[in-house]
Structure formats: structure tokens, C-alpha cells
Design a protein. Structure first.
Ligand code: UTP
Length: 290
């Protein structure tokens, strides 16, 4: 039996420079896709997959995220006093329970690998998930749940992958694949943003990972890589030399809400799944004479 994955690390300490000026005072993870902040999609996905404890790695100016996942007493009592029980119950159900969320800080944005390492003491000696909140996933079941199902079969380290077209591989981290194993397949290598025509596959790393605790030690000794930051990919590549890594091809759609286009795309595509706005959005799109 594999050791269960109970904890998820969600790094939210980045500066979000691609979204300035929106992110001057608002964390990019709090930008709204339809009716919920980007980060809430990711927390819902984690709990749906059976995660018991979410660890946020925050930074300066990210206090709103902490407030968002708190119980809002005034809001709850106002909604209930106005007879909006259903809305209050919904908010209640979406708020993590006592002791299910931790916050730690990354004082300086030294890279994704460093952000994950900041959670080492809370993670402890057990496997853990990492979810990048700006990647919003649309799938049934959710992306992490699909990975968990594969993890139960193969264990080890698992990376979620999304298929893209060969013309776009130069924008992403791309993997090379080996043998199939149940719902997963071996990953034999990774390359960041390969030059056009050189990508080993059409599968890109879309921001969800299940990792064994040994990765934290590698991150501790990791020197800075691309952009002067401590990269998660570099530590994973080192770990790949001694430990099994598997890929799971995500059956669903990934929206990169850290980029303007991905964010707009997510808003349009997910609005088309919301009963209260779907028809109007459809009409709007149909009326466009481009
Ligand atoms: P990104 O590289 O997409 O985020 O990191 P960024 O640096 O905030 O964005 P831009 O490029 O300046 O617009 C992916 C995730 O990792 C977190 C970010 O908050 C984001 O959720 N991150 C990144 C950290 O927590 N710390 C870091 O040092 C870097």
C-alpha cells in the first residue's frame, strides 16, 4: 500500500508581474474567474481529491487570501438574517474546517522551488501535493483526483500533463515519456521551453504534482537556476535519477490564469458552464461580428 497524500502545498508568494497594475494591491490568486477567486478553484480541487490539510506559502500583500478562507461572521449572520440561508450554507460548506489550513511565508520570492521548500516543516516526512493556483483546471473528476487514482496504483512521484499542439511546446516544460504503467506512464526527462521542433513530446507540465518528501532535502541544497530562482524542475530532475516519476495525462482542460489570455479564456469558457450567465454569454459571442 502506498503512503497516503494528505497535505497540499499551494504557493502564492509570487509577484504576479504579468498582471500589473491589477496585482499592485490585489494578489493575482484573488483575481476572479466568473464568481470565485482563482485560488479557490485550486483549494476545491485539493479537498475533492481527499487532501486533509492545505498549506499556503504566502508573502507580503497576500493577506486577502488568508481572509478569504476564514469564516466571515458578519457576512454569515447578515445573509441569514435576510433569509439567504442557502447562500450562507454554500459559503460555509466551501470554507475549510478548523485546522485544515496553514499559512507560512516566503519572505523573498526566490522561485517556486524555494516557495515549496518553505513548507517543509509543515509537510513533514510524508508525500505531498503541490498545486499552482494560477493553473485553473476544468475536469471531472478534478486534476488532482485523477492523479491520486494513478498514485494509488503506482506510488512514487507523479506529474500532471496536458497535451498541446507541437507549435506550442516551446512555451512550456515538456516531458519525455517511457513505459505505460496502469493509469500512468514513466517520465524519463523534462525540458523547459524546448526550441521549436526539438520537444520530446506534446505533453506539458500543467502545475500539479505529487511528490515524495525526499524532494524537500534536494530543494534545501538546490542552487539557483534559470532567472536566478530556485527551480522546482531542477530538484525534480535530480530526484528522477534515483526515484520513479510518472506522468498522468489530464483528462480535462487547463487554463493558465497567470497569463492574460488564459485568464480571459477561463472566464469565457467557465461562464459557459454557469447556469446564471450561460445564455447571455452565448448570445454575446454569437452577436460578435469580428
Ligand atoms: P509564477 O512564476 O507563474 O508566478 O509562479 P509569478 O512570479 O507570481 O508571476 P509573474 O510571472 O510575475 O506574472 C507560479 C506560482 O508560484 C508562486 C506564484 O504565486 C504562483 O502561484 N510563486 C512563484 C511563489 O510562491 N514564490 C515564488 O518565488 C515564485
Amino acid at each position: 500500500m502506498v503512503k497516503p497524500v494528505r497535505k497540499a502545498v499551494i504557493p502564492v508568494a509570487g509577484l504576479g508581474t504579468r498582471f500589473l497594475p491589477a496585482t499592485k494591491a490585489t494578489p493575482k490568486e484573488m483575481l476572479t474567474v466568473v464568481d470565485r477567486p482563482v485560488v479557490q478553484y485550486c483549494v476545491d480541487e485539493a479537498f475533492e481529491a481527499g487532501i486533509e490539510h492545505v498549506i499556503f506559502v504566502t508573502g507580503r500583500g497576500k493577506g486577502l487570501i488568508e481572509d478569504h478562507f476564514d469564516y466571515q461572521y458578519e457576512l454569515d449572520s447578515t445573509l441569514r438574517s435576510r433569509g439567504k440561508e442557502a447562500a450562507a450554507d454554500k459559503l460555509d460548506a466551501e470554507t475549510p474546517g478548523a485546522g485544515q489550513v496553514s499559512f507560512t511565508r516566503q519572505q523573498k520570492p526566490l522561485g517556486l522551488g524555494h516557495a515549496v521548500w518553505c513548507a517543509r516543516d509543515i509537510v513533514g516526512d510524508e508525500p505531498f501535493a503541490v498545486l499552482l493556483p494560477d493553473m485553473v483546471m476544468d475536469g471531472e473528476p478534478g486534476c488532482l483526483k485523477q492523479m491520486m487514482d494513478a498514485y494509488e496504483e503506482v506510488g512514487g512521484n507523479i506529474i500532471s500533463l496536458q497535451e498541446t499542439s507541437p507549435e506550442l511546446t516551446h512555451k512550456y516544460g515538456i516531458v519525455s515519456t517511457g513505459e505505460e504503467k496502469g493509469k500512468a506512464f514513466e517520465i524519463t526527462g523534462m525540458v523547459e521551453k524546448p526550441a521549436p521542433g526539438t520537444a520530446p513530446s506534446n505533453l506539458y507540465i500543467n502545475g500539479r504534482y505529487i511528490l515524495q518528501p525526499g524532494l524537500m532535502e534536494l530543494l534545501a541544497n538546490q542552487s539557483t537556476g534559470a532567472g536566478g530562482e530556485i527551480q522546482l524542475t531542477d530538484a525534480m530532475l535530480t530526484m528522477m535519477e534515483t526515484e520513479p516519476f510518472y506522468g498522468v495525462s489530464f483528462n480535462g482542460r487547463t487554463y493558465d490564469c497567470g497569463s492574460k489570455f488564459g485568464f480571459l479564456e477561463a472566464n469565457i469558457m467557465l461562464a459557459l458552464k454557469h447556469d446564471d450567465v450561460r445564455d447571455e454569454v452565448r448570445e454575446l459571442i454569437a452577436s460578435l461580428d469580428l
